[in-house]
Design a protein around this ligand. Structure first.
Ligand SMILES: Nc1ncnc2c1ncn2[C@@H]1O[C@H](COP(=O)(O)OP(=O)(O)OP(=O)(O)O)[C@@H](O)[C@H]1O
Ligand SMILES: Cc1cn([C@H]2C[C@H](O)[C@@H](COP(=O)(O)O)O2)c(=O)[nH]c1=O
Length: 141
């Protein structure tokens, strides 16, 4: 499992919608740069810009993007939400004004569903026996 904090969607939202660069070109370039690799699941932690900017301000001086206008951050937010709305099965949109504990629980539940259930213990044991027997058969006597 590979977990990435931000990826191509941020380029579409920040450089495309935020900075109003041509989204098609940002999309094409991102796809070229990543070889078309797409996440199985995108978790979108959604907050109104005022909430996100207030949180960011509490941890220190604003960076270049945080210094942008609320209108810029609104465009970024709705670009993310549009991407999610276009492919709801590949996105988990969470209201990130909720507590970290609630958000964690929602993410764990959704990520767990991506993985098949562990096989029953007796199936694991049988499979391991099979590997051991095959290994013995291959050994010179
Ligand atoms: N659910 C939450 N409730 C309250 N505060 C939160 C919550 N989630 C994050 N924060 C706080 O908001 C601030 C920013 O969050 P975080 O560090 O996750 O963002 P970030 O990954 O740096 O964002 P960016 O990728 O935009 O730079 C942090 O100070 C964090 O403690
Ligand atoms: C991938 C990517 C990121 N950004 C911006 C968005 C955030 O403000 C920062 C990343 O901050 P973090 O604290 O390291 O998560 O970068 C962007 O504008 N375009 C992108 O493609």
């Amino acid at each position: 499992m590979v977990i990435s904090d931000r990826y191509v969607d941020s380029s579409l939202a920040y450089q495309g919608a935020g900075r109003t660069l041509p989204v098609d070109e940002v999309s094409w370039l991102s796809s070229w740069a990543t070889g078309g690799l797409r996440p199985d699941l995108v978790v979108l932690l959604d907050v109104p810009p005022e909430v996100g900017l207030a949180r960011a301000a509490r941890r220190g001086a604003a960076d270049r993007l945080e210094s942008e206008s609320v209108a810029f951050h609104e465009r970024v937010r709705y670009a993310f939400l549009d991407l999610a709305a276009a492919e709801p099965k590949r996105y988990l949109v969470l209201d990130a004004t909720r507590s970290p504990e609630e958000i964690t629980a929602a993410v764990v539940e959704r990520v767990s569903a991506l993985f098949p259930e562990e096989p029953p213990a007796h199936e694991v044991a049988e499979a391991l026996d099979g590997v051991a027997e095959a290994d013995l058969e291959r050994r010179p006597s």
